[in-house]
Design a protein around this ligand. Sequence first.
Ligand SMILES: [Fe+2]
Ligand SMILES: [Fe+2]
Length: 181
Amino acid sequence: MQLSEPLTRAYNAQVKLEFESSFVYLQMGADLELRSLPGFSRWMRLQAAEEHGHAMKFIDFVLSRGGRLELQALEKPAPTPGTVVEVFEAALRHEQRVTKAIHDLYAQALEERDFASLPLLQWFVNEQTEEEATVSQILERLRMVGEDRTGLLFLDRELGQRQAGGGGAAGDGGEAAEAAG
Ligand SMILES: [Fe+2]
Ligand SMILES: [Fe+2]
């Protein structure tokens, strides 16, 4: 069954949002690099790559369903906030926005009885739960260290251990990203 016009439009909007997510993290990563926080920067870069992968996953799905990809102009990322806590607060807000968009997409697919969309969208529902949890956990730990520079450097070293293709907080093996393919 070919994708409907409205659902094709919704997927194209989601592709835009995923590429924008990639830009958001790339900008944050670049700015953290300049603030001598290479670990946070690495984490952000890997997150940017993961978001790019999300966009590609949606693109592949649209094409496999005979839908037309229509790439959109991307929003410029907002200026990176001044403190690392604020950077991760902004990241969390961004992920919450993406979660809502995925849920809306899921609701629309259900409404249209486009059941072939559901496994893909369920994967993204789970992925968003995990991403929000990861960012929240990092944020909590950043709040714990507060103004303590030593603590911040410790977290920087830890986040710098994130492996390519890995999902979450430092050190975790990243099962989720393996599923991402
Ligand atoms: Fe994403
Ligand atoms: Fe994300």
